[in-house]
Write a protein that binds this ligand. Sequence first.
Ligand code: ADP
Ligand code: ADP
Length: 226
Amino acid sequence: MAEIVLKNISKIYDKGQRAVSDFSLHIHDGEFIVFVGPSGCGKSTTLRMIAGLEEISEGELWIGDELCNYAEPGERDLSMVFQNYALYPQMSVYDNMAFSLSVRKVPKDQIARRVDKAAEMLDIKHLLNRRPGQLSGGQKQRVAIGSAIMREPRAFLMDEPLSNLDAKLRTHMRVELAALHQKLGATMIYVTHDQTEAMTLADRIVVMKEGRIQQVASPAELYSRP
Ligand code: ADP
Ligand code: ADP
């Protein structure tokens, strides 16, 4: 089982400002968790601490039965998808997707099989020889998601992955993300300020305010109340 457990996690910056305070959450294997809350409430900081991109000031992060506070990002068995795609502009789509496996010396034929499978799933097979600059926003985000699934991590961390897309594409990609989550069965931790995304994607929504958890509830519980 690969549960992710956050125990009383806080982020305190150098000058003593608290970005996140006493954040505790038990995320079940395969669960779709969505963080919502006003800008500056600590959603990204929490996600980045889970990813290992930001140091945890206090508390414990457990992934499965390992304490991961000090694990390198690449050792956490997680993949992060960013709002701005984070693709290598000089590399082809194929090489972008292959990159995280080639640096780990995964055999080329195995990489080719995984790229093929992921590209098929995301409908980007016809784009493999292009460079990111030759893609639309939606295509870039598919490639970013494709790159993230290559390592077959047990969890995905997504920071507003659809917010750079226009409304129509956002709706389309939201449906695809839900399907992808079903197919992969991986845990998702997802940050958004879009209420529709939170409602339709989440198993549980974590409402944050001023660095703290205000409420954790299912979409039905959260939005049926007055
Ligand atoms: P959200 O993702 O919910 O918009 P963030 O996690 O980005 O919020 O930010 C949480 C808080 O941490 C904000 O008040 C922000 O200004 C603060 N913060 C972020 N980075 C730093 C930093 N390097 N030094 C001090 N405060 C920071
Ligand atoms: P990991 O060590 O987790 O396998 P990757 O090899 O997948 O990491 O990528 C290394 C880091 O570089 C990731 O955080 C990735 O998002 C980031 N990255 C990818 N493309 C770019 C880019 N064009 N510019 C800056 N950073 C990038």
